[in-house]
Design a protein around this ligand. Structure first.
Ligand SMILES: Nc1ncnc2c1ncn2[C@@H]1O[C@H](COP(=O)(O)OP(=O)(O)OP(=O)(O)O)[C@@H](O)[C@H]1O
Ligand SMILES: [Mg+2]
Length: 380
């Protein structure tokens, strides 16, 4: 019997009832689907949890960087390329060339670094981990790295004292957050002008914090590989039993501070032999503390009050550069001195073992033999 004949045999009431039921079922299914659609749209948004790093596909980053077309620079771990996201955000994409760890460890580390937020830290926007590709996506800082702005013999513009002073304060604030104010202590391990980036208003932000951990740490042991850059490495890196603590960063900060104030590199072979090494010059001047400012060239370009600040800053640098890590201040203490609420230690020992060693020329990156056991990121 056909469906039509069957319906004719049924009572009109039953037909009406059947009709309403069919409509109801169809509507319910359609409604369910649209709810699902809406949920999917919401899920798409949730992929970008505010404040958490986004996971990009390799293809998305190829598009964003126009196939890795514009290289911003190259460091110890790979190259950095400029890019732009769909919403117009400018990005710097670091393509890691060494594979140091498996997928899950990389993801965990990217998540950990991405959750660090401070105005003076370069923000990790996202990452990509696909097969053998490992990429990190950072906010783009239009004025590039500090080394292009503070050395008078480098081509390009040179920053005035006021701006350089603000930059020193910015670096100290970023470091204070890493060392003392975030949930875990993070030792940067590679504080140097190339890892300090400047935004369009010349605010300084620290880059590459925790990167050594991201790349080198073997999850089976709490050891870190020796890394850093000659000229910025604290003496304890050379000691077989030297403990690697936040004070290695304080030492590197001391060198950076000295370089910013003196507007030259710590080791500069283009200088006459007596001025070859800033640290050696500082050691010599240390006998008469008020003469430390003599290590700065072209002093007549500075006002009297600038010179007082410069003398103070050099003393802070010397405080940070002492051989004994215990004698170096915490960065929160440095901040207090920079902000003028505390005095520099009056008992600085101006004997720097590194002043005796001529550092290798250039800024070759080190990432090699494991040093004594130490933990890069300890619970506080
Ligand atoms: N977020 C960024 N915005 C703008 N420029 C950047 C950014 N990140 C890196 N760069 C540029 O790319 C260069 C290379 O950076 P990279 O971190 O790879 O090397 P590095 O800092 O010289 O050495 P290291 O490997 O020790 O960090 C930097 O010196 C800087 O000029
Ligand atoms: Mg770097």
């Amino acid at each position: 019997m056909s469906l039509l004949k069957l319906l004719m045999h049924l009572s009109p009431f039953l037909v009406a009832h059947l009709f309403v039921s069919v409509i109801f079922i169809l509507k319910a299914r359609w409604h369910g689907k649209s709810e699902q659609d809406q949920q999917d749209v919401e899920d798409d948004h949730i992929k970008h949890v505010p404040g958490m790093p986004v996971r990009f596909s390799y293809q998305e980053l190829c598009v964003a960087t126009d196939n890795f077309n514009e290289r911003l620079g190259r460091g110890g771990f790979g190259s950095v390329f400029k890019g732009k996201l769909g919403d117009g955000t400018q990005i710097a994409v670091k393509r890691l060339e060494k594979r140091g760890q498996g997928m899950s460890a990389f993801l965990a580390e990217a998540e950990a670094i991405g959750s660090l937020h401070h105005f003076n830290l370069v923000r990790l926007i996202g990452f990509c981990a696909e097969k053998s590709s490992r990429l990190l996506v950072f906010e783009y800082l239009s004025n590039g790295s500090l080394d292009n702005w503070i050395f008078t013999n480098v081509q390009g513009s040179f920053l005035d004292w006021q701006t350089r002073k603000e930059i020193i304060l910015d670096i100290a604030k970023g470091l204070a957050y890493l060392h003392e104010y975030c949930r875990h202590t993070i030792i940067h391990l590679d504080v140097k002008p190339q890892n300090i980036l400047l935004d369009s208003s010349f605010h300084a932000k620290i880059a590459d914090f925790g990167l050594s951990k991201l790349i080198n740490r073997d999850m089976s042991q709490v050891q870190i590989s020796m890394r850093g850059t000659p000229g910025y490495l604290a003496p304890e890196w050379r000691q077989p039993l030297g403990r690697i603590t936040v004070k290695v960063d304080i030492y590197s900060f001391g060198i950076v501070l000295l370089e910013i104030v003196c507007a030259r590199r710590n080791v500069d072979q283009s200088q006459p032999e007596s001025a070859f090494h800033l640290l050696t010059m500082l050691q010599k001047k240390g006998d008469h503390e008020d003469g430390v400012i003599d290590i700065v060239e072209n002093l007549d370009e500075y006002t009297r009050s600038d010179r007082e600040e410069i003398t103070r800053m050099i003393k802070v640098a010397a405080w940070c550069l002492q051989d004994d890590p215990e004698r170096r201040p915490l960065v929160s203490t440095v901040l207090k001195v920079l902000e003028g609420v505390m005095e520099v230690d009056s008992n600085i020992i101006y004997r720097f073992s590194h002043a005796m060693i001529s550092s290798p020329p250039g800024n070759n990156h080190i990432s090699s033999a494991p040093p004594p056991a130490s933990v890069l990121s300890n619970p506080r």
